[in-house]
Design a protein around this ligand. Structure first.
Ligand SMILES: [Zn+2]
Length: 343
């Protein structure tokens, strides 16, 4: 079958479009004819070796939508051949101590499709049946492929970690990114007030279209905390959702109201910070990482997808034989939403 894979780490020239063996369905698994797979920063880190030193070759693609073409006879599932599904790419064992106490996000034997297992930049992929979730009839595969990692991550960060409430004001960094654009949508879905940042006016306009109440151009206003304070009557925000990291860390802390919560799920601008502890002293801020996402939270946000309250945002679509351009577009960051590969 046709697939996009790497045999060594490096630049976009290491992405190979070629033939790989069709996967074989194992006990408990389903076979998926992939129709679309979305791109994540993780794919770039995997390609260049920053976040992966496992076995090669590896077929890339963590965010997968397609239709079921076969089901293992012993799969304990209500799925049928022909069902249109997306995949939770986090494969858990169900029998380790952490899984048994309901902490499958910390599964001792966890693997990720598209990272530790072959992914969805391909015609076919296999997955445990419980990782496949049926999508609404009216949702196309391209939109569906944008959901698994972005919606799962943001749901975990805002609903589970930060315990976002309708009366919160939420500062969402990087409005145009896959998780930023989803965070704006999710915060508005619960009724929160959203302040968001981006580096270009067209992205800020787009964020407004998706419901953002206030926007800040961080290139024109690098000390954005001052503007956040103006917009919140001097108080600061209740929740910060960050996927940028080091470059804006102290500005994030300065933007927070007393007792505010910050959750970080990306460090694209770097990992090392010189932190002013006076910003924490006498202020009971909660600073949280994102970390593993559970099977339960995937099922939770899928309920909302079926209610019609959450939508994927497709920025651009690329053919399977041109994933290199999609990687370049991700590095250039001049898009709003998610980049999708059609298989
Ligand atoms: Zn486990």
């Amino acid at each position: 079958m046709k697939a996009v894979y790497i045999t060594e780490h490096g630049g976009t020239d290491k992405l190979i479009y070629g033939d790989r063996p069709e996967p074989e369905i194992a006990p408990g698994e389903v076979m998926i004819r992939v129709r679309a797979s979305a791109l994540n920063h993780l794919d770039l880190n995997l390609r260049d070796g920053k976040s992966y030193n496992g076995a090669l070759p590896r077929t890339l693609g963590c965010d997968i939508a397609g239709e079921i073409t076969a089901i293992s006879p012993d799969a304990n599932s209500t799925l049928k051949v022909g069902d249109r599904v997306i995949l939770n790419n986090r494969v858990t064992c169900g029998v380790c101590d952490n899984c048994m106490i309901g902490l499958d996000q910390s599964c001792s034997n966890g693997k990720r499709i598209g990272v530790d297992l072959d992914g969805g930049h391909a015609e076919f992929v296999t997955a445990p049946a419980q990782n496949a979730h049926v999508i609404p009839d009216a949702m196309d595969f391209n939109e569906a492929a944008t959901l698994p990692i972005a919606a799962h991550t943001v749901w975990h960060c805002l609903m589970t970690q930060a315990q976002m409430k309708p009366w919160d004001t939420v500062l969402v960094q990087a409005a145009g990114s896959g998780v930023g654009s989803m965070a704006i949508q999710m915060a508005k879905m619960v009724g929160a007030r959203v302040i968001t940042t981006a580096g270009s006016q067209w992205k800020l306009d787009k964020a407004k279209e998706w419901g953002a109440d206030e926007v800040i151009n961080y290139r024109e206003t690098p000390n954005f905390s001052e503007r956040v304070k103006e917009l919140t009557g001097g108080q600061g925000v209740d929740v910060v959702f960050d996927c940028v990291g080091a470059e804006i860390w102290n500005e994030n802390l300065l933007s927070m109201a007393p007792r505010a919560r910050l959750v970080i799920t990306g460090v694209t601008s770097g990992t090392q910070v010189n932190m002013n502890l006076a910003l924490l002293h006498n202020r009971p801020l909660q600073l949280m990482g994102s970390g593993g996402r559970s099977n339960r939270t995937f099922a939770e946000f899928m309920k909302v997808v079926h209610h019609g309250s959450l939508h994927g945002i497709v920025a651009n679509v690329f053919p399977l034989d041109n994933v290199a351009d999609a990687h370049q577009a991700m590095e250039d960051r001049d898009f709003y939403g998610k980049l999708v590969i059609e298989s």
